[in-house]
Design a protein around this ligand. Structure first.
Ligand SMILES: [Zn+2]
Ligand SMILES: [Zn+2]
Length: 111
């Protein structure tokens, strides 16, 4: 199944993607899946459980946002992680959005 643009009433195939923080409602199934995975990992070796990454929360994961060519946001904005409250791709704000995106992470020292 193709991934579709997330703008309201748009059904076009998505060609553009950026990231935003998950909402509380989106986090519930994500955390449930992570907890199930952790329980499974620990069950495979209860004597010596593997080191596991921290559970996902609203600060360490993002969810993808998809848009078609008509509803994409500015390329510079798309480099940032947006707030959970961001409504982009909302045609009212394009090519901008209505949140204050997070600053870009510092450049990788290996670059
Ligand atoms: Zn669209
Ligand atoms: Zn935004």
């Amino acid at each position: 199944m193709p991934i579709l643009c997330m703008a309201v009433d748009c059904g076009n195939r998505a060609t553009f993607q950026w990231q935003r923080r998950p909402t509380d409602a989106e986090l519930v199934p994500i955390i449930a899946m992570a907890e199930a995975w952790r329980a499974e990992m620990i069950a495979t070796n209860p004597e010596n459980p593997p080191r596991l990454p921290p559970l996902p929360d609203a600060t360490n994961i993002t969810v993808p946002v998809y848009a078609c060519a008509e509803h994409e946001i500015d390329m510079d904005l798309a480099c940032h992680t947006h707030q959970a409250t961001c409504t982009a791709p909302n045609p009212a704000n394009l090519p901008g959005c209505d949140c204050d995106p997070e600053p870009l992470p510092p450049p990788d020292p290996q670059d």
